[in-house]
Design a protein around this ligand. Structure first.
Ligand SMILES: Cc1cc2nc3c(=O)[nH]c(=O)nc-3n(C[C@H](O)[C@H](O)[C@H](O)COP(=O)(O)O)c2cc1C
Length: 394
């Protein structure tokens, strides 16, 4: 725990974890202990509270920080101040909490809570990105009424959500161990000339979340990604592509070893064939930029090759699981079922266009048997876990 006003909410987290059977050890910074008393947490957890590495009262543990760091199956920092995020990112270990965090190999969850200006501070943003890349899991902050009297982003996530995340992480089954999962993500781009392209609104968030969920369950994951602004999940092999043709090539190159193929990418249905601004027809293989003029520019598009349909015809298709995505603006389930049949898929995830760019998704999973299950709006991370569970058949 660090010195954030949300520290009072941590009482509930500790109390609920204890009820779930966890052995909870509370480590507080000096500032946290100014806001809530260590005695409260000693009483709730049933264990001594660590505020000082050199506390003579804890001498029963020979090297306190190593003993606690080794003991932990998971470390949660809730609330986590801007200061603590900065200290961890900077590799500082100058108190009990930072030293234990540095000495532990356990998964770490950070629940930030701070004033919105602090959260939006570029230094904090960069620190958070860096920690995410190092596989620190973040939960929140959320929007709501803050202690500083404004309604904005910065509230610590609710204890319930934090508990759910902890249980999810500790309870993750390694049921994809030894399996190869191929995931595609992002929206492909088709060049018009060296500087312009056509593309779609896909953010890649769903595919990245699926890659991460599969990896968390023990799979070896290859992520073939069209351009996105996302940082790639740790321990995932990444292949970067731009066009639909490049994506097809990359998929074919990685297909034979795959056990599961999940095509979450929004692959362009058309590629640019020629661009004509009478009387000039541009050869798109050239590297010249099309000149701006006030004449109409006609683009001739030709269809791209459908990746899943191509895969369905492969000799080594047998035994592999193919999962597709269907984005439809109308007759969602009917169209998804038709795609599932045409592309010989095992499962299809159907969703509407509101999903593009959003952190959330409302979707249906349609299986080859015709069974269709609808899910209300949830985060893409949660959706990814559900999709993986459905694939594994749990
Ligand atoms: C009443 C009070 C509430 C605070 N709440 C927060 C907070 O919610 N988030 C935050 O980042 N800092 C908050 N601070 C500032 C931190 O306590 C301060 O940056 C401190 O150095 C953090 O130390 P620590 O990270 O070692 O706990 C608060 C300070 C006070 C006095």
């Amino acid at each position: 725990m660090t010195g954030g006003i949300a520290a009072y909410k941590t009482c509930e987290i500790v109390s609920r974890l204890v009820k779930l059977g966890a052995d909870v050890w509370v480590v507080m910074t000096r500032e946290a202990a100014e806001l809530v008393t260590p005695l409260t947490f000693r009483t709730l957890s049933g264990n001594p509270v660590i505020t000082n590495l050199f506390d003579p009262g804890l001498s029963s543990l020979p090297v306190l920080h190593i003993a606690i760091a080794d003991k932990a199956d998971l470390i949660l920092i809730a609330p986590c101040t801007a200061n603590m995020i900065g200290k961890i990112t900077g590799g500082i270990a100058d108190d009990a909490l930072t030293t234990i965090v540095m000495a532990s190999k356990a998964p770490k969850i950070i629940a930030p809570a701070m004033n919105p200006n602090m959260w939006e501070n570029q230094i904090v943003k960069e620190n958070v990105e860096k920690l995410k890349k190092l596989n620190f899991k973040f939960i929140g902050p959320c929007e709501g009424m803050l202690a500083c009297g404004v309604e904005d982003i910065g509230r610590m996530a609710e204890p319930e959500e934090i508990i759910e995340k902890i249980v999810g992480l500790l309870g993750v089954k390694q049921d994809l161990k030894g399996k190869q999962v191929l995931v595609t993500a992002g929206g492909t781009t088709e060049a018009i000339d060296p500087v312009r392209y056509i593309s779609n609104r896909s953010s890649g968030k769903m595919g990245y979340a699926i890659a991460e969920a599969a990896r968390e369950r023990g799979a070896e994951v290859t992520l073939i990604t069209a351009p996105t602004n996302l940082s790639v999940p740790l321990d995932v092999k990444v292949v970067r592509v731009e066009s639909a043709a490049e994506m097809l090539d990359a998929v074919l190159q990685n297909y034979s070893k795959a056990d599961v193929v999940i095509m979450a990418a929004a692959v362009g249905d058309y590629t640019v064939n020629t661009a004509t601004s009478s009387p000039t027809t541009y050869d798109l293989r050239l590297t010249t930029k099309i000149k701006k003029s006030n004449k109409k520019l006609m683009l001739k598009l030709s269809p791209t090759e459908d990746i899943l349909r191509t895969l369905a015809r492969r000799k080594d298709r047998k035994g592999k699981i193919h999962v597709g995505f269907a984005l439809e603006t109308e007759n969602l389930i009917k169209n998804a079922k038709q795609k599932l049949k045409e592309k010989e898929l095992d499962m299809i995830v159907a969703n509407g266009p509101e999903t593009f760019g959003s952190d959330n998704i409302q979707f249906s999973i349609v299986k080859r048997s015709g069974e269709a299950v609808k899910y209300n709006k949830i985060t893409k991370e949660k959706a990814a876990q559900i999709i993986i569970s459905k694939i594994v058949g749990r």
